[in-house]
Write a protein that binds this ligand. Structure first.
Ligand SMILES: C[S@@+](CC[C@H](N)C(=O)[O-])C[C@H]1O[C@@H](n2cnc3c(N)ncnc32)[C@H](O)[C@@H]1O
Length: 315
């Protein structure tokens, strides 16, 4: 096992309960962007878009504590989770048994395995991986493993940290891109993002109106009190987290036998990322309000993440 893998496995195994408390944040006690809820909403919508009304057999790769898996199970899908951190899988099994008694064998549904090298029985309608690809050292092992498990025409959804956001965020990432002379290439890619979005430029005005209506309904700034809470998780400084562009994922997908259909951006920043630390509630309420732009090319400029929605190519 590589050092990166060992560090990541050790991190999520040791911090499983702290991490799930923070990422799923059921009582919204942390002043963070509600990543778990945002990811679930996008995945649910894409499943509906891809296979309307179908109750699907799905794989959750790098399932963590299983929030998305449990929600989709509750909606009638059948989800199999894979994660190499035993404590994460234990959380999933306990939650599954408590929420769906008698539905199936939790030990079979949630398995300790490496997402780059696993084998589940049968064929799946789809697979998704969120908060995972960034920790892997390359793309093909995961994309290949998911592609092998999914039926032709099935959906594979993978969350990616959006490197294009670095072009305009004006933060340390922008400076690092500039120093390594990558800023020009990112700007050129921004010129060509329209083809990756399901909603095109002509529909941006209606999305902007939707965003404006949401912003108008936000509680007043004074009531969005900022009470920062410490996550208390030690991330090892040597853990690398990669970033991606849609064009890069399009190439990787093709190599694995997948076709990139479109990308959906989320965690949209209407304000400079510098402000998040001092105004987390306001900052993140705005980010949620901006989500209607996530399906448009404008999301490429604003979103820190995107979900790459791919289809397994039919022979
Ligand atoms: C940031 S968490 C996201 C968890 C979950 N997808 C969610 O959204 O709640 C990343 C998860 O990926 C798992 N992971 C990372 N690399 C993995 C690998 N090579 N094989 C299996 N699991 C892996 C970690 O153990 C961790 O639980």
């Amino acid at each position: 096992m590589s050092r990166q893998k060992e560090l990541v496995r050790e991190l999520f195994d040791r911090e499983a309960s702290k991490w799930t408390d923070w990422a799923y944040d059921p009582d919204e006690s942390f002043d963070i962007y509600p990543t778990g809820k945002a990811r679930l909403a996008v995945i649910r919508r894409e499943l509906e878009r891809f296979m309307p009304d179908k109750k699907a057999r799905l794989i959750d790769a790098g399932c963590g504590g299983g929030d998305i898996a449990m929600a989709l199970e509750g909606e009638g899908h059948s989800v199999h989770g894979v994660d190499f951190a035993p404590s994460m899988i234990q959380i999933c099994r306990d939650r599954y048994e408590a929420a769906f008694p008698g539905r199936g064998d939790a030990a079979l549904r949630f398995q300790v395995a490496d997402v780059e090298d696993f084998a589940l029985r049968g064929e799946f309608d789809g697979a998704y991986a969120v908060g995972l690809l960034e920790y892997l050292e390359s793309d093909q092992p995961l994309l290949g493993a998911l592609c092998r498990h999914v039926a032709p025409g099935g959906v594979v959804m993978v969350e990616c940290r959006n490197r294009l956001f670095n072009a305009l965020s004006g933060n340390a990432f922008t400076l690092a891109e500039a120093r390594s002379d990558h800023l020009g290439a990112l700007a050129a890619e921004l010129d060509d993002v329209a083809r990756f979005s399901p909603v095109q430029a002509a529909d941006i005005p209606s999305r902007v109106v939707e965003m404006g209506e949401r912003i108008a309904k936000l509680p007043s700034f004074a009531t969005l009190r900022d009470v920062p809470r410490d996550l208390g998780i030690q991330f090892h400084a040597d853990i690398a987290r990669r970033m991606f562009t849609p064009a890069q994922i399009e190439r990787e997908a093709a190599q694995a036998g997948l076709r990139l259909r479109h990308v959906i951006y989320y965690h949209l920043h209407l304000l400079s990322p510098r402000l998040e630390a001092s105004l987390p509630r306001f900052f993140n309420a705005l980010a949620m309000a901006a989500q209607p732009l996530g399906e448009t090319p404008a999301g490429a400029f604003l979103g820190t993440c995107f979900l790459a929605v791919m289809e397994k190519v039919r022979p």
